[in-house]
Design a binder for this molecule. Structure first.
Ligand code: FAD
Length: 396
């Protein structure tokens, strides 16, 4: 929250007028800041008397940053296993930790999850912070925020990485806000800034037209979310071991304002794009929504997921959860089929790290062929059923 230096306030009301959140009121000719304050700083810049400070700036000035050490990775658990994104981040976290001369730790929150620590060690973690409690058995915003924030207050990591998944995008900003630190969302690149030794968080900005590199110089920990599949999983070494630091949970059932009622699986294998090893994607070149069945049939035979271009999603042929690209999902499967997809830069941004790209397009000059490892020039509606049939024979 912003802080009013009451003796300096001249009661002019400029801050009240400029606050976009209606968080400031004048009481007895002095500005008073309410709970709606987001520390956006509009009032600080406007106040002619210099009577407003950001609380976070006070905290930053008082913070001893040398106490903050080590790189942490949030390890998301789904159906009893670690999600790929956490393992991918352990690979990148290892590089950051080595460059900073610090340790790499995974953070595991849940219940009955201790066995997963070995997977984290195999993927590069030196340590795992483990908070196990029935209240954390499923992801919930209140419990996980409290448990993770508590860990950070106690052990003071320098860097915290989270996946830009539904849960990571929910959890990361809440923790950052509680700690009064910054978070760079949806990063596509991580490095170390040579001049400062800080983490250089790179992410697309202005609709992907520029890449912005962001530093967090004043606050700790430095935090960021990273899209799944941007980085490759490191090759695991199961001979490695590490230290498990068990921390008792202080979360009580009463602290959790939501209640788990039911799990409704809206989509299974076909839209689990981030974890898929094979993705078959379709674009506008399929001609009409009914022709998408050819993409789905090939995906089913290969046990892969179904992707779509934005043109297809915008036309209502497939729901947004299937969209691949800059404003959809970033994927990195072993094999990516692009069927009737032109290869616009925004689509490529989401799938270019695939190991093998196979494109089917009737235009031999389509940009997708410049990215593809294998190209089939032809009508996708004719080619797809032939491919499906051939793969079916191989599998039989
Ligand atoms: P088209 O560009 O229309 O291409 C259709 C292709 O199919 C053509 O190459 C054509 O030769 C081929 N074709 C036609 N008939 C056949 C046939 N019978 N058989 C085989 N091939 C055939 N797009 C995304 O996909 N993902 C995103 O996340 C995304 N984000 C965006 C964000 C912004 C800010 C903007 C401005 C755009 C974004 N787009 C995104 C849109 C992107 O620019 C393209 O418009 C989109 O990817 C085109 O989809 P498409 O390739 O299916 O369609």
């Amino acid at each position: 929250m912003a802080v009013i230096i009451t003796q300096e306030c001249i009661g002019c009301g400029a801050c009240e007028a400029v606050c976009p959140f209606g968080a400031i009121s004048l009481q007895a000719d002095k500005a008073v800041i309410g709970d709606a304050c987001t520390q956006c700083g509009a009032c600080v810049d406007t106040c002619p008397a210099g009577a407003i400070r950001r609380e976070a700036e006070d905290q930053a000035a008082a913070m001893d940053k040398s106490q903050y050490q080590d790189v942490w990775v949030y390890l998301e658990v789904a159906a009893g296993s670690l999600k790929n994104v956490g393992l991918e981040l352990l690979g990148e976290g290892r590089k950051l930790a080595d460059a900073m001369g610090q340790k790499l730790a995974g953070v595991l929150l849940g219940n009955n999850i201790e066995a997963l620590a070995q997977e984290a060690f195999a993927h590069g973690a030196d340590q795992v912070y483990l908070v196990a409690a029935p209240e954390l058995a499923r992801y919930n915003t209140d419990g996980y925020t409290a448990a993770f924030t508590d860990l950070i207050h106690t052990y003071k990591p320098s860097v915290v990485l989270l996946g830009a998944t539904n849960d990571g995008r929910d959890l990361g900003p809440r923790i950052a806000c509680r700690l009064g630190t910054g978070l760079t969302a949806d990063c596509t690149g991580l490095g170390i800034d040579e001049a400062t030794g800080l983490v250089a968080w790179t992410r697309p900005a202005f609709g992907g037209n520029i890449m912005a590199t962001i530093l967090c110089p004043e606050h700790r920990p430095q935090m960021g979310t990273v899209r799944p599949s941007v980085f490759k999983r490191p090759v695991p070494d199961y001979a490695k071991s590490g230290e498990i630091i068990k921390v008792a949970s202080k979360v009580k059932a009463a602290d959790i304002r939501t209640k788990f009622l039911d799990l409704v699986q809206v989509c299974t294998v076909s839209c689990n794009l981030e974890e898929a090893e094979i993705i078959v994607s379709g674009g506008r070149g399929l001609g009409k929504p009914e022709n998408f069945c050819y993409v789905e049939e090939l995906a089913a035979v290969l046990g892969g997921a179904v992707g779509a271009s934005r043109a297809v999603v915008d036309s209502g042929w497939k729901p947004p959860m299937h969209q691949v690209g800059q404003t959809g999902k970033t994927v990195g499967p072993k094999i990516y089929f692009a069927c009737g997809i032109s290869g616009a830069i925004q689509h490529l941004a989401g799938m270019s790290s695939s190991d093998i790209i196979i494109a089917i397009n009737k235009d031999p000059d389509a940009p997708i062929f410049r990215m593809a490892d294998y190209g089939i020039v032809g009508d996708a509606v004719e080619v797809l059923p032939i491919l499906t049939e051939e793969f079916r024979k191989i599998k039989a």
